[in-house]
Ligand binder design. Structure first.
Ligand code: SAM
Length: 291
């Protein structure tokens, strides 16, 4: 596919919050999604600093979307191979196109598959796993019956133990939103700390624990060693209703932006409120680098 064709295809998706382009392609096409309110770019900079020093050759990327994290690591030769799993065929196809445009198609595969607890057994054993922002959806999007039966906490422990048995390194993203994870009967303020215990109980050593908002506002080098403190957190004393209101208005403004034509103008230009609310929401997200 010619660059001009790829660029116009990607421009159509630039409202999509998870679509970021690996740096080399972004520069080549002169295209960047600057409305990074999910903190994709700063998360990558943190992960890269961790992987730089570790001998990972092959990774499995569950819920990998259009492959930004895997493709960026491949392009920088920080890993040699990646398998990306997701449930969205159109997004996977976009990922394949991006990989082809970068000449990385022989080093990665995009697989349409829902990864639930049982499916973990079928995954290839590789050096590491990247699993960001999916586990808090268990009970909603997958394994509904099992989570309803045993509760989210027991479910997550089983999941994390299986990952631990299979992978030497883990990169895990979690959102502790007002209503997520579902069926986890634990106060919002305590969730983060209980989740750390859960990781440790499952056999993982937490090397780095970073709040995504902290990564977004940090002006310096995102060295993973700087983000290993339990203090890196934000009080979330908002009521459930106020949090729900944040989420609803965020989505209304976002959709209005798409409707108004975010292809020409970034969401941030259309409404600073989106970026600001996006950052509020980012305070509830964490990333764990583990071995
Ligand atoms: C919240 S997005 C996160 C995207 C990316 N991992 C990130 O953190 O930037 C969740 C992604 O996981 C995918 N997903 C949801 N449930 C899944 C499942 N059971 N198996 C594989 N992918 C799943 C969704 O399609 C989506 O692309």
């Amino acid at each position: 596919m010619e660059d001009t064709e790829l660029k116009s295809l990607l421009e159509k998706h630039m409202y999509y919050e998870y679509l970021q382009l690996p740096e080399r392609l972004s520069e080549r096409l002169g295209l960047q999604n600057i409305s990074d309110y999910k903190g994709v770019l700063p998360r990558y900079r943190l992960i890269r600093s961790f992987i730089w020093e570790r001998p990972l050759k092959k990774v499995v990327n569950i819920g990998g979307n259009c492959g930004f994290f895997s493709l960026s690591l491949l392009d920088e030769d920080l890993i040699e191979e990646a398998v990306i799993y997701d449930i969205k065929p159109d997004i996977l196809e976009l990922g394949r196109k991006i990989a082809r445009a970068m000449g990385l198609e022989d080093r990665c595969s995009f697989v349409e598959k829902s990864i639930d607890l049982a499916a973990l057994d079928e995954l290839p054993s590789t050096d590491g796993v990247i699993y960001q922002n999916v586990l808090h959806h268990a009970g909603d999007y997958f394994d509904k019956d099992l989570v309803a039966e045993i509760g989210w906490e027991k479910y997550a422990e089983r999941f994390l133990k299986k990952l631990r048995a299979k992978y030497a390194y883990g990169i895990l993203g979690m959102g502790f939103k007002w209503n997520k994870p579902k069926l986890w009967d634990v106060d919002k303020e305590k969730r983060r700390f209980i989740f750390r215990n859960l990781l440790e109980k499952s056999g993982w050593e937490i090397i780095s624990d970073a709040n995504v908002y902290s990564l977004m506002i940090d002006g310096g080098e995102l060295d993973y060693r700087r983000f290993n403190s339990q203090k890196d957190t934000y009080d979330f004393k908002k009521s459930d209703l106020a949090s729900l209101w944040d989420l609803v208005s965020f989505n209304i403004i976002k959709r209005a932006g798409i409707f108004l034509g975010s292809r020409q103008t970034s969401m941030r230009d259309i409404s600073p409120a989106v970026a600001q609310m996006g950052q509020e929401i980012a305070k509830m997200y964490h990333i764990y680098l583990m071995e």
